[in-house]
Design a protein around this ligand. Sequence first.
Ligand SMILES: C[S@@+](CC[C@H](N)C(=O)[O-])C[C@H]1O[C@@H](n2cnc3c(N)ncnc32)[C@H](O)[C@@H]1O
Length: 217
Amino acid sequence: MACRRSGCYPGQMGLWDRYAVPRLIGFACAQKPVMERRRHVVPRAKGLVLELGAGGGINFPLYDPCRVTRVEGVDPSPGLLGRAREAAKAEGIDFDMREGVAEALPFDHDRFDTVLVTFTLCSVQDQMQSLAEARRVLKPGGQLLFLEHGAAPDPGPAQWQRRIEPVWKPIAGGCHLTRPIAGAIAQAGFTIAEQDQGYMRKTPKFMGWTEWGVAHI
Ligand SMILES: C[S@@+](CC[C@H](N)C(=O)[O-])C[C@H]1O[C@@H](n2cnc3c(N)ncnc32)[C@H](O)[C@@H]1O
């Protein structure tokens, strides 16, 4: 699918983005401290679930099969989508993983019970448009589950984030280090029902600040 708006048009991906980034993401996003955080969030998904930027399907083993009926997802990376499909099959999850971007979701209004976004709002081209799309496709009463890394509240790590971000972004698939998380979700019109936050252990602080929780439309 053409995705010129996000700059993620697969036909235009360089070798680094096509081959190295999926491996890097697969490795970094499955580390123990990251998985610990995921366990706070992913098992709360229920009903028909949409994953924004499903990546390699690292969340799939953490879904509660008694609560989740089906998982649909979008991601611009064909390499990661292949991994996600394999992961969904391995878990016996009913799924549909599509090439696409969070800014332009190929789904009807009011479709999903849960939208799950983990470590993706850092990488989308347009955070506000992605959150507006998440609102559009959530059913009334549906939930946005989020777990994201972003702007650290402390001056030291925040300064390092600003310094490192320009070199980090091109090597890490467009990942920003300085984006707000819960603040952006609230600004997009969600009501945050639950929120927690903190630095991940055993992780450099410039990439370790995470915020997670539940929001409603
Ligand atoms: C750090 S990875 C996280 C993957 C997965 N959500 C996870 O938690 O393991 C960031 C993901 O965002 C995806 N991505 C980048 N731009 C995107 C966009 N505009 N819309 C949706 N996903 C995007 C990348 O392809 C990648 O899979």
